[in-house]
Design a binder for this molecule. Structure first.
Ligand SMILES: Cc1ncc(COP(=O)(O)O)c(C=O)c1O
Length: 386
């Protein structure tokens, strides 16, 4: 349990920070631990990077594996989910007319990666249109399965969508797609710490997740899970020493991903500390923290929808620690609205533009947030847009 009088985060106290979802925020205790690792590295760089790092990565990976219900042998540390998605897409050998299935909610950077690969291989991008507002998660399943064809080779699906902040029914989707012979790459940028993960029972082909968002590890900590049977074909974006290593004590997958050139590995090594620190904020550990944040987001969404007279846009069951609320067409550009909220009202919150000139607002809830911050946001928004 933390001592309530000590600040846990470095976040500026005069800003209502309602955007944990974009880049996370790291507790001071975890940053201090990272600094101690950096000092250890800088005192003896060669010893740290060539003799100690491998064992330290093994230990960190094994603790992450326990947290997400995976085997450590199926995990590689990578700097972020964008790299995870690129790594899989760019490793796979698509042929002309193969189809890569994505959705209208796919994160822009990942859609770009899919389009890049499609362009260079002749594969086609097929976009399933998931409605929002949504009445049930079955609508997500229907919208995606409707777009499957005999040419579908891979589905790239979000676990938690960035613009609409809804949890996709990924267990059902992975199963239904596997029955049709289709591999799934889950973009779980928001997954770890946001939902309770058990990758073993999910039995997905590929899953990439950020540790720097909801696990609150330092920035640049993420993982790529590749099911054992697919590891031979997945190569890191940077080919390095592992490619021709003669070692037989570790898999090629491990040798290649553990060294992709000189870098600062301390964010990866802090993952266990982030799991420990965040898991000790409440007596009930991680499940209590998730439940607390979810309750807060449900209450906050209620306040915003009521004040702005907007219908609740998706079922409670599809929410974790974020929610998006449609604002309709607003009287100023989304960029102006977002910067006005920050500069004039000290509220950091993302406004998401939609193609029809209307927009959404996405709120996040983390341990440092309180309900009155969303009440204030609702009042300010009412003044600015109605
Ligand atoms: C769904 C989704 N995918 C991918 C990303 C990219 O994450 P990163 O910038 O850490 O690679 C984000 C970031 O917010 C996201 O929301």
């Amino acid at each position: 349990m933390n001592n309530a009088s000590e600040p846990i985060w470095l976040l500026k106290p005069n800003i209502h920070y309602l955007n944990h979802g974009s880049f996370g925020a790291t507790p001071i205790a975890v940053l201090n631990y990272q600094q101690s690792l950096r000092e250890r590295m800088e005192r003896e760089p060669v010893r740290f990077l060539t003799r100690e790092l491998e064992g330290l990565l093994d230990e960190a990976r094994s603790q992450l594996a326990d947290f997400i219900g995976a085997d450590a042998d199926e995990l590689a540390f990578i700097p972020n989910a964008t790299v995870g998605v690129n790594t899989v897409l760019r490793s796979l050998a698509f042929k002309p007319d193969d189809e890569i299935l994505i959705t209208n909610c796919t994160y822009n950077a990942c859609r770009n990666a899919a389009e890049f690969v499609a362009h260079s291989t002749g594969a086609k991008i097929i976009v399933a249109s998931v409605p929002f507002p949504l009445e049930s998660s079955q609508q997500v399943v229907t919208a995606i399965l409707e777009k499957v064809s005999p040419k579908t080779k891979l589905a790239l699906l979000d676990h938690v969508t960035s613009p609409t902040a809804s949890i996709f029914p990924i267990e059902t989707l992975v199963k239904e797609l596997a029955c049709r012979g289709i591999d799934t790459l889950v973009d779980g940028a928001h997954g770890p710490g946001f939902v309770s993960l058990d990758l073993r029972s999910l039995d997905v082909t590929y899953y990439t997740g950020n540790c720097h968002k909801w696990l609150c590890a330092p920035k640049g900590a993420a993982f790529l899970y590749v099911r054992r049977d697919k590891q031979a074909s997945i190569r890191p974006l940077a080919i390095s020493h592992g490619a021709n290593s003669l070692r037989t004590d570790r898999s090629r997958f491990r040798l290649e991903f553990d060294w992709t050139g000189t870098d600062d590995p301390t964010a990866y090594l802090c993952v266990p500390e982030a799991i420990r620190v965040m898991g000790s904020l409440l007596p009930g550990g991680w499940s209590s923290l998730r439940e607390r944040n979810r309750k807060l987001i449900l209450a906050a969404r209620q306040v915003l929808c009521k004040t702005l007279e907007v219908a609740i846009p998706c079922p409670d069951e599809m929410l974790g620690s974020m929610a998006s609320i449609p604002l309709g067409t607003v009287p100023l550009s989304w960029e102006s609205l977002q910067s006005k909220l920050l500069e004039e009202f000290k509220i950091e919150v993302p406004i998401v533009p939609l193609s029809d000139r209307s927009c959404l607002i996405r709120i996040s809830a983390q341990f440092y947030n309180r309900l009155d911050q969303y009440q204030y946001l609702a009042e300010v928004l009412k003044r600015l847009i109605s």
